[in-house]
Design a protein around this ligand. Structure first.
Ligand SMILES: [Mg+2]
Length: 263
């Protein structure tokens, strides 16, 4: 894996590429990318200045903006609080268009399985200090950011055992300090974003894609991005993204620079 390039050192080249593109799709992950990581996920907030720049970008005629997350669609939309954007929630299992129309590709059977697992996990882990079982619209997440190593191990064991007992009616996805159970057979953030951006093609050409993400679950997109797209990892650590920004604060600064060159 090649280490990513500092985006600011290559800003002139990036800006030229963006300015030359007839249309641009800017897609961002939420936690750790736009919103700083906080102790409890329920406390994550979008900085007002970042909201303002997302609105500015979305109003530019050749730009579309999308937000992608493992959070449920309803939670994500509420935290961003902007109309007119594409939203992809639950790692691509549910999404909404700029006109607000919501869609999901989860079957009733999968939903029943996820609900059952959520209930069982809550019963086993709900009272363990530092763990949080979040039962979402189409998935269940066990958060262990604030847990001891022993409690985190307990969570991992419970998830593995219950998955086996459920005859694998769900699949496990691991992110930053989270274990997440999702319906099987569905894609990931990467597939969801690429499918959506491909559907925006006109005369066989889709918009230039700029993607910002910080987590292992964002690598599913970085891995698939072509040479013409811009993949940007926010934070530190190994990544397949081409460029790096160090923090959500830098990501917001980048979005402001982008809005300036595209205006
Ligand atoms: Mg993230």
């Amino acid at each position: 894996m090649k280490p990513p390039l500092s985006l600011w050192l290559h800003w002139c080249r990036v800006a030229r590429q963006v300015v030359a593109a007839p249309r641009v799709a800017v897609f961002c992950d939420f936690d750790g990318t736009l919103a700083p990581i906080v102790r409890h996920p329920a406390e994550a907030l979008l900085p007002a200045a970042t909201r303002a720049v997302l609105r500015r970008l979305q109003q530019l005629p050749r730009v579309v903006v999308g937000i992608v997350s493992g959070r449920s669609l309803a939670d994500l939309r509420q935290r961003i609080g902007l109309p007119g954007l594409h939203y992809i929630g639950s790692h691509g299992l549910e999404w909404s268009a700029p006109n607000g129309r919501r869609r999901s590709n989860v079957t009733a059977v999968s939903l029943a399985c996820i609900r059952k697992l959520g209930k069982a996990l809550d019963a086993r882990l709900g009272d363990v200090p530092g763990l949080w079982v979040e039962r979402k619209s189409v998935s269940v997440t066990v958060h262990y950011r604030n847990a001891s190593r022993r409690a985190a191990e307990q969570a991992r064991r419970a998830v593995t055992e219950l998955l086996q007992q459920s005859s694998n009616c769900a699949r496990l996805l691991q992110g930053k300090k989270v274990l997440e159970l999702l319906p099987p057979g569905h894609g990931d953030k990467g597939q969801a974003v690429l499918r959506l951006v491909a559907s925006m093609a006109r005369n066989g050409r889709r918009p230039l894609l700029i993607y910002l993400g910080d987590d292992t679950t964002d690598e599913s997109l970085f891995r698939r991005l072509g040479g013409n797209d811009l993949s940007i990892h926010v934070g530190s650590g190994p990544t397949r993204a081409r460029y790096r920004l160090r923090s959500p604060r830098e990501a917001a600064r980048f979005l402001r620079s982008l809005a300036e060159v595209l205006a």
